[in-house]
Ligand binder design. Structure first.
Ligand code: PHE
Length: 468
């Protein structure tokens, strides 16, 4: 019996939209603008771009090549590199699995605010939130309401699953091809509105004004660690996603080009997010922030103060954030599903994707409900690893440890132990014009940077005070 095929991207544009969709997520919208503003504006952007070029593009092409060469999900792919590398493959299942536990919940939050703003547009009784929706109390009341968060989280999980179960080209690609351009145009619309608000220029100054002071003394190490940590999370690296998406690429696709387009597009969207969000924050006379507080309290305050147009603007903004989140969450789910598909194929040569998606979704739903019940630590549940919310504990294991570790080990394997593995695959599409540059970076630049990122992550989770 011939083995059942796993699926393939229909065309390059579709693949790119899916991959950029994975990269563009909450990290771009709620972390990048603030980090950039706090770490030296243009000076930070400059370092960030250097990291994207010397590390981001390099790991992207490495992961895409590993995926396409082996045609396997992340566990099978690392096993194909060598039996002893299989544990790294398992990191690549554990990380997305843990990340989904809170990413789905946050996706649910975006749905909540989307619907609340929509309700306000129509002043509709089913959704009318009216005055007070912008307050920290409203947000607190929402995330500590276990029933409500569980419902929104579950809806977000099911929407993600519905897309993944459709298959690679019929589900993920089809959805991303529409959703990502829509996100882009909505972002442009929000930027136009945001920068024309009175007082907006302060926000642009916050994000962009170069401040080279941050490099003084040992300060540059902090900037590097911050930029490095942001870059690899934002590019969805070190967790099997690009391996998985790469495994669905046709042999004639040019890996060189694709691995440049994805990081560049992700960076452009991150900078655009800074232009959309911070001017509105400053125009509203508010303090910049990061994380959920920025997205759900600060921004909502801006919308609520805008009068009649506010809810519409708010709806568009949260819709955009929702798209950014769901195109990322489908890549996380697909990575896990793809590994189970491989296991099935090994045994039976056939698989039923819908059934596999169903069972993976059930497991993810369970853990996402679990994290939702914690209500960002508001119910006094016991916490682990010295963190204050279950979200942070899940994030610590994945983003804090496994992801940088996996990127570090991958670089050592592909740079030093199996130096031809990636280059051979890239050369299937013609000369690897920047092969020397690639080899140099994967050997000498990526490992120390990933080590720095790993230390930086541990520092920020455990407040060790190594970095400022
Ligand atoms: N890259 C996404 C972001 O910027 C997050 C993400 C990380 C998504 C890892 C999938 C995997 O938010």
């Amino acid at each position: 019996m011939e083995q059942q095929k796993k699926g393939q991207w229909g065309n390059q544009f579709g693949f790119l939209m899916a991959a950029v969709g994975s990269a563009v997520g909450l990290g771009n919208l709620w972390a990048f603008p603030y980090k950039m503003g706090k770490n030296g504006g243009f000076a930070f952007l400059f370092i960030y771009i250097i990291i994207v070029v010397f590390v981001g593009i390099i790991i992207t092409i490495t992961e895409l090549s590993i995926g396409r060469k082996t045609g396997k999900g992340v566990v099978g792919a690392y096993k194909a590199l060598g039996k002893k590398y299989a544990p790294i493959g398992w990191f690549g299942v554990i990380s997305p699995f843990l990340i989904m536990s809170f990413y789905m919940m946050l996706g649910g939050y975006t749905l909540k605010y989307m619907i609340a703003n929509l309700g306000d547009i129509f002043n509709a009784s089913w959704g009318y939130q009216g005055a007070g929706m912008e307050t920290a109390e409203y947000f607190q009341a929402f995330f500590s309401n276990q029933l409500e968060t569980v419902i929104y989280t579950a809806v977000f999980v099911l929407l993600t699953a519905a897309i993944v179960r459709g298959g690679v080209s019929e589900g993920i690609e089809k959805f991303s091809k529409i959703a990502m351009p829509a996100l882009f145009f909505m972002l442009v619309a929000v930027i136009i509105r945001s920068v024309t608000l009175p007082g907006a220029s302060e926000g642009l100054k916050f994000v962009f004004q170069p401040n080279f002071e941050v490099f003084k003394g040992s300060g540059w190490v902090n900037v590097f660690a911050a930029a490095g940590g942001q870059a690899f999370f934002s590019l969805s690296l070190g967790m099997g996603i690009m391996v998985t998406y790469g495994s669905y690429l046709k042999k004639e696709e040019d890996l060189k080009l694709n691995s440049i387009v994805i990081p560049v597009a992700d960076t452009i969207i991150a900078v655009m997010a800074g232009m959309a969000i911070m001017p509105a924050v400053f125009a509203g006379g508010l303090e910049p922030a990061a994380g959920p507080g920025l997205l759900f309290v600060t921004l909502q305050t801006v919308f609520s103060s805008m009068g009649a147009g506010g809810p519409l603007f708010g709806f568009v903004m949260y819709f955009l954030v929702f798209i950014a989140a769901i195109t990322s969450s489908i890549s996380l789910l697909e990575t896990v599903v793809s590994v189970v598909v491989d296991l099935k194929l090994e045994k039976a040569k056939t698989f039923n994707k819908k059934k596999i998606t169903f069972w993976c979704t059930a497991a993810i739903l369970a853990e996402a409900i679990f994290v939702s019940l914690d209500g960002l630590g508001s119910h006094g549940f016991p916490q682990i690893f010295g963190q204050s919310t279950w979200l942070d504990s899940m994030d610590l294991v994945s983003e804090g440890v496994l992801m940088p570790l996996s990127a570090l080990l991958t670089a050592i394997i592909c740079g030093w132990l199996l130096p031809d593995f990636v280059t051979e695959e890239v050369e299937l599409n013609g000369k690897f014009t920047w092969k020397k540059f690639y080899m140099f970076c994967i050997r000498f630049i990526v490992p120390p940077v990933m080590l720095l990122v790993l230390l930086g992550q541990l520092d920020s989770f455990f407040k060790l005070g190594i970095f400022g």
